[in-house]
Design a protein around this ligand. Structure first.
Ligand SMILES: CC(C)(COP(=O)(O)OP(=O)(O)OC[C@H]1O[C@@H](n2cnc3c(N)ncnc32)[C@H](O)[C@@H]1OP(=O)(O)O)[C@@H](O)C(=O)NCCC(=O)NCCS
Length: 157
């Protein structure tokens, strides 16, 4: 990592660059994407409000994490969720993702969130190892339990 690799809080001016990365992320995993233009418009709005922030590294940006904070009845400052995390393939394994995750947790803490959540697919063992190293074990250290995220898609009429 050099000076250009220090993690920083993104501003709405970074929306287009982050949108390009999110679009590349979904193309890499053959997932649908509305395209960078739509994503940039959404991000521009989201990054202006208090509930979403992004941490980015590099110029041009080569690694990013996108976090939303939702309200919660038990926690005054709400719960932070790592919605997306991506490093461009050519830059992986250099510590950029670690820098992004560390800064994302610090920023969520600074904003008063009481918990930080990450969702990972079961087969993604590399990601499990990566997140465990950063203090997010698959099993609850107190109980040994695993938690599951249950979801279904909703369509409005
Ligand atoms: C996960 C990811 C953001 C890590 O970024 P990075 O800049 O390579 O992070 P670091 O260099 O700090 O750490 C590298 C670690 O990430 C692990 N990793 C996790 N998922 C990986 C993936 N899909 N491809 C390659 N490495 C991955 C590596 O194995 C390595 O861990 P190790 O040293 O124990 O082997 C990056 O690999 C990535 O963008 N992967 C594809 C998207 C993805 O899986 N996002 C997370 C979804 S939950």
């Amino acid at each position: 990592m050099d000076l250009h690799d220090s993690a920083r809080l993104a501003t709405p001016a970074d929306a287009e660059a982050i949108a390009e990365l999110l679009d590349a992320f979904n193309r890499e995993y053959d997932e649908p994407s509305p395209g960078p233009t739509v994503l940039a418009l959404r991000l521009n709005q989201l990054l202006t409000g208090p509930g979403t922030f992004a941490i980015v590294v590099g110029a041009p940006i080569s690694s990013m994490g996108l976090v939303t904070i939702r309200t919660n009845v038990w926690l005054d400052g709400g719960i932070a969720l790592l919605d997306e995390m991506y490093t461009v393939p050519a830059e992986r394994g250099r510590g950029l993702g670690s820098a992004v995750l560390t800064a994302a947790v610090a920023e969520a803490t600074r904003r008063g969130a009481g918990e930080f959540e990450i969702e990972v697919d079961e087969p993604d063992v590399d990601a499990h190892r990566f997140y465990a190293r950063h203090g997010f074990p698959v099993r609850d250290p107190a109980t040994g339990d695993r938690a599951f995220v249950l979801r279904t898609e909703l369509t409005s009429s």
